[in-house]
Design a protein around this ligand. Structure first.
Ligand SMILES: NC(=O)c1ccc[n+]([C@@H]2O[C@H](COP(=O)([O-])OP(=O)(O)OC[C@H]3O[C@@H](n4cnc5c(N)ncnc54)[C@H](O)[C@@H]3O)[C@@H](O)[C@H]2O)c1
Ligand SMILES: [Zn+2]
Length: 376
């Protein structure tokens, strides 16, 4: 058992989006307090909880009891875990469950789970009755630092990931840090890649803090809460500057162009690669590619790789178990993921640690020769 973290370590990050503004609470014991926190903010007295089969046995009863104590009646839908759940079929099931529970516009859909459940339940909350209230109770590190904040929701189709969805901001995010103790070490590390990403985008001091404190972040307690709060603050800042991704929100895709290509190349097989691992390799590659283009010093690329490796994340394509398709096929995946205008790609590049920028004129030929070199 970890020592009980004092309540004073709880953090609140406010996302100031005008009439869509909301609070993110980060700290221990928040599931037990969920009913109280929700009823203080929402008028409705009904909720439909959406969760998955891994999370339900661990936390569903506690959430239901907490809602009940606050006078909120809830229904539950438990879905299979995994990326395949972000489908039309499951979206229908969620919409049906929400309507069956007679959730009206002031009532809430509650997502209890990782990013898969959050994206799917959020989409349903955005379209049932043209939008009902939505509460995120993210249970993976990735969902606590990234997917539960910002209002992007959606599902996958055979055309690709996240191609169908809506923007629908949550009304409240409850990131209970105790639940991370049951997350697998591998999933925790994968979420950590997104934490490091915020430092690499534009917070060099945060990256240096992570280099010094990552062990405490992994072991739990105050440093972990601090890292999650700093990440939510960073995400909130970007979302507030550009809610619908017309510009700077694209910086959140640092490492994701290479990362998505690797996820596609491994057919989204989580035994080989999970999203955060792809992002880790992608960030290492983005820094190395930037130094190759003489934008950043090779020392910075080395520093990024050293840190990601230290926490146990993969940093090279060769770290992925099994065969990868040739560089040309990876390049096709990148081109599909991006708008290619006359042989030029939009890419997140960097001038150094914490100095990322959107480059919209990266020659596809340069990317291909870099990939050939890294993956002969
Ligand atoms: N909406 C956004 O802005 C945004 C941003 C980033 C990622 N995403 C999406 O998020 C998804 C990935 O999210 P994820 O990494 O959380 O994956 P996930 O939801 O699949 O969760 C990972 C695994 O951990 C399990 N799990 C979750 N919490 C647990 C806990 N506390 N204890 C034990 N097991 C637990 C889940 O059942 C699952 O097996 C992807 O679909 C991605 O597209 C969305
Ligand atoms: Zn990501």
């Amino acid at each position: 058992m970890n020592a009980i973290t004092p309540a004073s370590t709880e953090r609140l990050v406010r996302v100031p989006l005008g009439e869509r503004a909301y609070d993110i609470l980060i700290g221990p014991g928040l599931i037990a307090r969920a009913g109280k926190e929700i009823s203080a903010r929402l008028k409705g007295r009904r909720a439909a909880i959406i969760t998955d089969e891994n999370v339900a046995p661990l936390y569903l009863d506690a959430l239901v009891a907490s809602l009940q104590e606050a006078g909120i009646q809830s229904s539950k839908l438990v879905l299979p875990p995994g990326e395949k759940t972000k489908s039309f079929e499951h979206l229908m099931a969620v919409c049906d469950a929400v309507l069956t529970a007679r959730v009206e516009r002031n009532d809430a859909v509650i997502a209890l789970g990782g990013g898969v459940i959050g994206d799917l339940a959020g989409f349903a909350a955005g379209i049932v009755r043209r939008g009902v209230r939505f509460v995120q109770v993210p249970t993976s590190l990735l969902s606590q630092v990234d997917s539960s904040v910002g209002g992007k929701t959606g599902i996958n189709t055979h055309h690709g990931k996240n191609l169908i969805g809506v923007f629908h901001q949550p009304d409240l995010v409850l990131a209970d840090t105790d639940v991370l103790n049951t997350l697998s070490e591998r999933e925790f590390r994968a979420g950590y890649a997104e934490v490091a990403k915020y430092g690499l985008i534009d917070k060099p001091d945060f990256f240096a803090w992570l280099e010094a404190n990552w062990k405490e972040v992994f072991s739990g307690g105050a440093a972990r809460i601090e890292a999650i709060a700093a990440s939510c603050q960073a995400k909130s800042d970007v979302v507030v500057a550009d809610e619908r991704e017309n510009g700077p929100r694209a910086l959140l895709n640092l490492g994701h162009t290479f990362g998505h290509a690797l996820e596609a190349a491994t057919a989204y097989d989580s035994r080989r690669l999970v999203h955060g691992e792809g992002v880790s390799i992608g960030m290492a590659l983005a820094h190395e590619f930037s130094s190759r283009l003489n934008l950043a010093s090779p020392d910075d690329a080395k520093r990024v790789e050293t840190h990601l490796k230290a926490v146990g994340l993969p940093t090279r394509m060769g770290d992925i178990p099994g065969e990868l398709p040739p560089a040309e096929v990876l390049m096709d995946a990148i081109a599909q993921d991006k708008k290619v205008k006359s042989g030029k790609l939009t890419f997140i590049l960097t001038r150094g640690i914490g100095e990322s920028f959107v480059a919209d004129d990266v020659p596809a030929s340069e990317v291909l020769s870099f990939l050939r070199e890294k993956h002969p």
